[in-house]
Design a protein around this ligand. Structure first.
Ligand code: NAP
Length: 280
């Protein structure tokens, strides 16, 4: 990679940041579109995030992604928020504006929606309730995406009920909270099931959820993508339910940031999926 003095520079701030796939993903696009630019990992500790974000304009950088544990802090630091970030209460994409101010966006909802549309083109949002397992940061983005896609009822079930209640209070009357013990039964008329918990990730136990009541046509998706076929997705596949893995969410959420920093909306292709998977 040869850069000119005019290269556009962006990156990802995280702590730790070594696990992030974003440099590989953006690096692939920069190279394949022949863009004079760079996307770099930025290891920023929690007590340095405000200073690091404020340094972006001074360094002439175009902006950055922010990942764990900085998404909520970035939400409080930036100058302007897009509507998605305001509803999700977290920022994953920061854009330096011409006047040096910082715009915070959240593109996780966009990434989730694009991945679901691509992976389950026949799924009809209005067909029935959707159930979201989990109420952490990612669940908020998933809930916003599903409400915007037109899901009539969103059932949220979380081990810690208070977090589900908070999410429901923030996102409106279409969101109902289901007690953790009823999660299997509540699947009975669902059109979509989404796992947003960390359960099923490499090194974590599988999500404890009995799919017996789930209608056979219901789509099952997991935002965990290591492994690609989580125990939940494997079980749903075995039952014949359509499944959508979580890698596409990661790939699609990156597109709006790339466009803002480097001037072109990049595409998610099978070759990109393979390339990112090789790095996992
Ligand atoms: P988070 O804010 O820490 O939330 C974690 C969630 O998992 C909470 O709902 C938590 O429930 C639940 N949980 C943890 N341990 C559990 C257990 N033993 N039993 C039941 N529930 C449990 O994390 P996050 O940022 O939302 O991320 C969640 C997952 O999504 C991670 O695996 C992350 O890698 C993945 N993710 C993927 C993408 C993508 O692009 N595909 C994007 C973002 C995140 P409690 O509230 O009870 O603790």
């Amino acid at each position: 990679m040869i850069l000119s003095g005019k290269a556009k520079v962006a990156g990802v701030m995280g702590w730790p940041v070594g696990h992030s796939r974003s440099p590989r993903l953006h690096g692939y696009w920069l190279e394949s579109y022949g863009i004079d630019g760079a996307y770099i990992p930025l290891a920023v500790p929690p007590d340095g995030i405000a200073q690091a974000l404020r340094a972006l304009p001074a360094l002439g950088m175009k902006g950055c992604n922010v990942t764990v544990p900085h998404k909520e802090a970035a939400f409080r630091i930036v100058d302007v928020l897009d509507p998605a970030a305001r509803r999700i209460k977290a920022v994953n994409t920061v854009i330096v504006r011409p006047d040096g101010s910082l715009e915070g966006r959240n593109t996780d909802a966009f990434g989730f929606a694009e991945n679901l549309r691509e992976g389950a083109p026949d799924w009809q949002p209005a067909a029935g309730p959707a159930m979201v397992v989990g109420a952490g940061g990612a669940a908020r983005a998933v809930a916003v995406a599903l409400l915007d896609m037109g899901v009539p009822e969103l059932r949220v079930v979380n081990r810690t009920r208070a977090k589900a209640e908070e999410l429901a209070a923030d996102l409106g009357a279409a969101v109902t909270v289901i007690p953790w013990e009823w999660r299997g039964r509540a699947l009975a008329d669902s059109g979509l099931l989404v796992n947003t918990t960390t359960q099923g990730m490499q090194g974590q136990p599988a999500l404890e959820l009995d799919l017996a009541a789930l209608p056979p046509a219901a789509v099952v998706t997991d935002i965990v993508y290591t492994p690609l076929l989580t125990p939940l997705l494997a079980e749903a596949k075995r039952r014949g339910n359509p499944i959508v893995d979580g890698l596409g969410m990661l790939l699609h959420q990156a597109r709006p940031g790339f466009q803002a920093w480097f001037g072109l909306l990049p595409q998610v292709t099978p070759a990109l999926r393979r390339f990112v998977l090789e790095g996992i």
